[in-house]
Design a protein around this ligand. Structure first.
Ligand SMILES: NC(=O)c1ccc[n+]([C@@H]2O[C@H](COP(=O)([O-])OP(=O)(O)OC[C@H]3O[C@@H](n4cnc5c(N)ncnc54)[C@H](O)[C@@H]3O)[C@@H](O)[C@H]2O)c1
Length: 336
């Protein structure tokens, strides 16, 4: 397959590019490097530094490189920023996302896998969350992802776009060559490891939730397992694959949650990190953060049943160990 990966210089995208190249595919990364890194793009992939919101440029790239399918990983994805500057999120994620779909329509590329998020569910009524549960985002980030899901759905109905929408929970860990390097970093595991490195106190948001140890419980998926799911999802968009619709006519997105199947509390993350780094990590308990549900855990039963996907790295110490190994090998992150 000739695959275009938007956001392929970012955390999730770069690990997937590595996997696609290993599987023998031809990969083009399309990234504006706004939060990604040139050095994160594997040597075997081509890099086009452009925004996926530039419809004409994207169309030229799709046609010029004869792309078969798109993995759309590029996005703005910081919840707090989406609440202080929602216009940026609508411009980038929604307007940019529709420009990408338009470029694909004109260039007749009709296969897409979309990186969506658990944030589309908002405050769930039950756990584990399944794909049929209500989608009610409580922040602008989740809402913009829901909007793009909707656009993909209508492009499927009206133009026959074949799609898989993957709603991931918390992504964690690293491959040997690709790890997490965000500024600012808002994710728990890299922040715990940063606290382990420099001895600063880590702030946990609340320990009075109705969970076994009082701290929030989240579902962590290894970035390598996500990359495997991306490959299976791209394969499911093949023209003769009934999982994403008939050979011609209206298509319905295949929507799958991706999680580890079990949740870990914030305190369990700290305890597993202490095992990995080999010393205690200082923690202080702060107030709860607005809009944090006590438990967010995915049912990934559909991804297993329909895509044949099973996470291979579910052990927390292993997941955090891979993130730590990448950090210690790359203490300054990516060089550019
Ligand atoms: N990391 C997680 O825990 C997590 C969880 C759920 C969903 N997601 C989704 O996964 C995707 C990847 O997340 P990530 O953690 O790798 O983020 P990231 O910021 O590391 O990567 C995003 C990449 O997209 C690029 N980008 C942003 N806007 C662009 C534009 N207009 N044109 C071209 N490139 C653009 C950035 O430069 C960056 O390389 C996002 O869509 C995010 O919403 C991530």
């Amino acid at each position: 397959m000739r695959i275009l990966v938007t956001g392929g210089a970012g955390y999730v995208g770069s690990a997937s590019v590595e996997k696609f190249l290993e599987a023998g595919h031809d990969v083009t990364v399309l990234d504006d490097l706004s939060t990604g890194h040139r050095a994160a793009v594997a040597a075997g992939a081509a890099l086009e530094v452009v925004s996926y919101g530039d419809r004409d440029a994207v169309q030229r790239i799709l046609e010029g490189r004869r792309i078969d399918a798109v993995l759309h990983c590029g996005a703005k994805s910081i919840v707090g920023e989406s609440m202080s500057d929602p216009a940026k999120y609508y411009r980038e994620n929604v307007a940019g996302g529709v420009a990408l779909l338009e470029a694909m329509r004109v260039a007749r590329v009709n296969r897409i896998v979309f990186s969506s998020t658990a944030a589309t569910y908002g405050m769930p009524d039950r756990t584990p969350i399944s794909e049929t549960d209500p989608v009610r985002p409580i922040n602008a980030y989740g809402e913009t992802k829901r909007s793009v899901e909707g656009a993909i759905r209508w492009y499927g109905h009206c133009y026959g776009l074949r799609s898989v929408i993957l709603r991931y929970f918390n992504v964690a860990g690293a491959t040997r060559d690709h790890g997490e390097c965000h500024v600012p970093e808002t994710h728990l595991i890299p922040n715990v490891l940063a606290a382990a490195e420099d001895g600063r106190e880590l702030n946990l948001f609340g320990d009075d939730y109705p969970t076994p140890d009082g701290t929030c419980v989240r579902d962590y998926i290894h970035v390598e397992d996500l990359a495997s799911a991306h490959l299976l999802a791209l394969e499911a968009t093949a023209p003769d694959d009934i999982r994403t619709g008939p050979q011609s006519g209206p298509c319905e997105p295949l929507i799958c949650n991706l999680g580890n199947g079990s949740g870990f509390s914030n305190r369990q993350i700290v305890a597993a990190s202490e095992i990995v780094v080999g010393h205690p990590i200082k923690v202080k308990i702060g107030p709860r953060r607005a809009g944090d549900p006590p438990v967010l855990v995915a049912s990934s039963a559909r991804a297993t049943e329909v895509l044949g996907w099973r996470p291979a790295h579910t052990d927390l110490v292993e997941i955090i160990g891979s993130a730590w190994a990448w950090r210690t090998a790359n203490p300054a992150g990516y060089r550019d």
